[in-house]
Design a protein around this ligand. Structure first.
Ligand SMILES: Nc1nc2c(c(=O)[nH]1)N[C@@H](CN(C=O)c1ccc(C(=O)N[C@@H](CCC(=O)O)C(=O)O)cc1)CN2
Length: 289
């Protein structure tokens, strides 16, 4: 292994330590931030992520509001919980854990959320704000990746970035975040319709691999010295994570974000940042009523 590690665990710990002080300051002003989660179904991975989010909340002093529904829940039952969270004053921000069970219209659920409580940055209003350059919550994994690169001094400005994947939580919003003036990267988005993926990858200074295809990115696809972030999650027969990046890439790349231990902890840290920032915005500009 020659590549340096983009250490998501350590970076997330530093972010959480800063947030602990900011939450304490909010509490002194009479505001306790509260993160709500809605988990539908019994997928063990989703449950693990949601439990992790609440453990993080406890660490920094954010209150937790947990809602769960069975996999058989109807669209109406899910939407009723969303309305309850919209109206719940203890819940200052919340997320609906994705994916939702087959047959549920996730877009309708996301649209029903109060945009002022969107902790994930995935509400249509938040994504629209991102496109327009208006302040608001940023999608957790894409902005977590930016923070991870910055923390390790990897140059984003002017970099050629290849994003592989176009899912709602990472692939779609990632280029929107990276092409903001503050990041100023040049982004190529690749997906299952891309011809000759390797030729794109070999030009990249930074690769974000979020396709969910085990070991899709091979050592020969990577420019020596590039930063490679593995965000793909597939599981082997023992339930162990297999990422999108072949282990041999670490011999060629300059930086690698391991999986686990790279981007995942940053996703969780950015969620807490969104919750705290929303509470800080509310304190700075209280709404009437
Ligand atoms: N509403 C949302 N749903 C989903 C999102 C999201 O951002 N919002 N992203 C993913 C899952 N996710 C957060 O919800 C998530 C993924 C991974 C991790 C993490 O810390 N992973 C660990 C390894 C965990 C393991 O062993 O399974 C790591 O990478 O070190 C946290 C959150 C889809 N859904």
């Amino acid at each position: 292994m020659t590549a340096q590690i983009l250490d998501g665990k350590a970076t997330a710990a530093a972010i959480k330590s800063d947030l602990t002080a900011r939450v304490a300051a909010l509490k002194e002003r009479g505001v306790t931030p509260g993160l709500g989660t809605l988990l539908v179904g019994d997928d063990p991975g989703s449950r693990w992520y949601v439990n992790g989010k609440h453990r993080d909340c406890a660490q920094v002093g954010i209150a937790s509001i947990q809602r769960e529904l069975p996999a058989t829940a109807s669209q109406e039952e899910i939407e009723a919980v969303v309305r309850e969270l919209n109206d719940n004053p203890e819940c200052t921000g919340y997320i609906v854990q994705l994916p939702l069970p087959k047959g549920i219209d996730a877009n309708r659920v996301l649209e029903l959320m109060d945009p002022a409580k969107d902790a994930d940055g995935l509400h249509p209003m938040s994504l629209g704000r991102l496109v327009l350059g208006i302040e608001g919550p940023l999608p957790c994994t894409p902005y977590g990746i930016v923070q991870l690169l910055r923390h390790h001094g990897v140059e984003i400005k002017g970099a050629n970035v290849v994003v592989v994947g176009r899912g709602i939580t990472i692939g779609r919003p990632m280029p929107l975040v990276l092409t903001r003036k503050s990041e100023n990267a040049t982004v190529t988005q690749c997906h299952t319709g891309t011809r000759d993926l390797s030729s794109h990858l070999r030009q990249a200074d930074i690769i974000v691999a979020a396709a969910g295809v085990p070991h899709l990115i091979k050592p020969e696809d990577v420019k020596p010295g590039a930063a490679v972030l593995d965000v793909g999650v597939s599981r082997d027969e023992h339930g162990k994570i297999v990422g999108d990046v072949h282990p041999g890439v670490a011999e060629v790349a300059g930086w690698v974000a391991p999986n686990p231990g790279g981007v995942g902890p940053m996703t969780r840290a950015q969620l807490l940042v969104n919750v705290v920032e929303a509470a800080e915005r509310a304190v700075a500009a209280p709404s009437e009523g």
